[in-house]
Ligand binder design. Structure first.
Ligand code: PLP
Length: 456
């Protein structure tokens, strides 16, 4: 029976029990019924704090999904969104049309991450951005008369999104298991994880050198004439907050140049201040050929992502005859309201010094978390800026990962009013960049108390 239209109305004042009941009609990301018996029903939020319909107040140590960079409850962005939506919420941004917000955002972002990245294409999120990056890399080589250069190399533990190609690039097996066959042409090499490097390492090598050598060997194994691009997050987020050693990315850049492989830098988490600099790549003065971004560009107030391409790639796209045009674009590419919100968001990040706050508060957070290394189950503490990870192990000497304990700690933290995220056996911290010193200390206190309570 078709539901009558008069039963559909806007009512956002539902009580907790009603929301939980109605929510049963929703399939959530990573849905698993057992994990959804008692959802956190978030009604409003302010700064770093979430407020739920059953009266709880939770410090969001994850800034949503690593993205609410300016913090919750900002009142300027809704004003900008409303003003833009009253004028023009959306129209086509396909070639031959544009809008002032999308043009202005592309203009402001030109050269922001790297002087050679002056062209932006907009998407609605990180997965779309990475799919766009893969297609653009293939397009580039095809236009240059090398159509066999199609393969993409990525890393174990990488998370690049959830569309079919982005899932193929993702290096976390659980995302693959039930969905194959995925897009062919993707392979994974070990990540430069200083705490537990999984590749082979020679006695004279650093982890950074060994992991870079793994890239070179993979390019040679696949055949350089078949490899289009290598994709890497500056710091792996979902894979367990893996901070590469300083010698890694300079070697990677040189290897990519040597074999004519494009370097795609995935700044979806790291971009817009998360790691204490504007972009993660800035820690190593890395030059991407393509950079993907999303999340922090709007601090999550509206959906937006995109890629930036090098001037060399732009030239190749511009030189194409009509029959070889770059036939790619989403309905919501350059969404006017989302781009207006992004412009204001970038203004706020700059005006309020939030990138610097990320650096300073990040040092404080890492310093506090490092004190937990006294516990035998805390194997490693790492991070840059406000992107930190605490690795939970069964025993410090064996370094055996303890996923069950990490999950237990995650649940106990939530019960005490702190939201973290257990990515494997690592507890991730990625709070809003507007966080205060007291709030950073509270994260450390709550986590420390919980770890103390579960340590033997
Ligand atoms: N790339 C990275 C590094 C991410 O962490 C994510 C999401 O967490 C994505 C891409 C995918 O972004 P989205 O979920 O917006 O599609």
């Amino acid at each position: 029976m078709i539901r009558k239209c008069e039963t559909i109305m806007l009512d956002l004042t539902l009580d907790h029990a009603t929301v939980v009941e109605h929510d049963k009609k929703q399939l959530h990301p990573l849905h698993h019924p057992k994990q959804h018996q008692d959802p956190l029903v978030v009604e409003r939020a302010e700064g770093v704090w979430l407020y739920t319909t059953d009266g709880r107040k939770v410090l969001d140590g994850m800034a949503g999904l690593w993205n609410v960079n300016i913090g919750y409850g900002n009142q300027e962005l809704p004003e900008v969104a409303a003003e833009q939506m009253r004028k023009l919420a959306f129209t086509s941004n396909f070639v031959g049309m544009t809008t002032p917000p999308s043009a202005e955002l592309a203009y402001r972002m030109a050269g922001m991450a790297h002087p050679t990245l002056n062209t932006t294409f907009f998407t609605s999120g990180g997965s779309e951005s990475n799919d766009t990056a893969f297609k653009t890399a293939r397009y580039y080589w095809r236009r240059l008369g090398k159509p066999e250069k199609v393969k993409i190399i990525s890393r174990q533990g990488a998370y690049h999104g959830i569309t079919v190609a982005a899932t193929a690039a993702t290096g976390i097996p659980r995302y693959h298991t039930m969905f194959g066959p995925l897009t062919p042409g993707f392979s994974h090499i070990p990540a430069p994880n200083p705490y537990r490097y999984t590749g082979d390492i020679q006695p004279h090598e650093t982890v950074g050198q060994a992991a870079a050598r793994a890239l070179e060997e993979e390019i040679l194994r696949q055949g350089p004439e078949t490899v289009a691009a290598f994709i890497a997050e500056p710091i792996q987020g979902v894979g367990g907050v893996i901070v590469p050693p300083d010698d890694y990315f300079p070697l990677v850049r040189a290897i990519c140049d040597k074999y004519e492989v494009l370097l795609i830098v995935d700044e979806v988490i790291c971009g817009f201040g998360r790691t204490g600099l504007w972009f993660g790549q800035h820690h190593w003065e890395l030059r991407p050929d393509i950079m993907s971004f999303a999340k922090g560009v709007t601090s999550g107030y509206l959906q937006l992502g995109g890629i930036q391409i090098s001037d060399a790639i732009r030239e190749v796209i511009d030189a194409a005859p009509p029959e070889e045009a770059w036939m790619h674009g989403y309905t919501y590419s350059g969404h006017a309201a989302a781009c207006a919100v992004a412009l204001k968001n970038l203004e706020i990040l700059e005006r309020e010094g939030l990138v610097e706050n990320s650096r300073v508060m990040g040092e404080r957070l890492k310093g506090g978390l490092s004190k937990l290394l006294d516990f035998n189950i805390v194997g490693d503490v790492r991070g840059r800026g406000l992107l930190c990870g605490v690795e939970i192990v069964k025993d410090k000497t064996t370094r055996e990962p303890d996923l069950a304990k990490a999950l237990e700690i995650y649940n106990l933290c939530l019960a005490r009013g702190l939201r973290t995220r257990n990515v494997g056996n690592v507890l991730a911290f990625s709070p809003p960049l507007s966080i205060t010193a007291e709030e950073v200390d509270l994260i450390v206190d709550i986590l420390g108390g919980v770890i103390d309570s579960v340590s033997e």
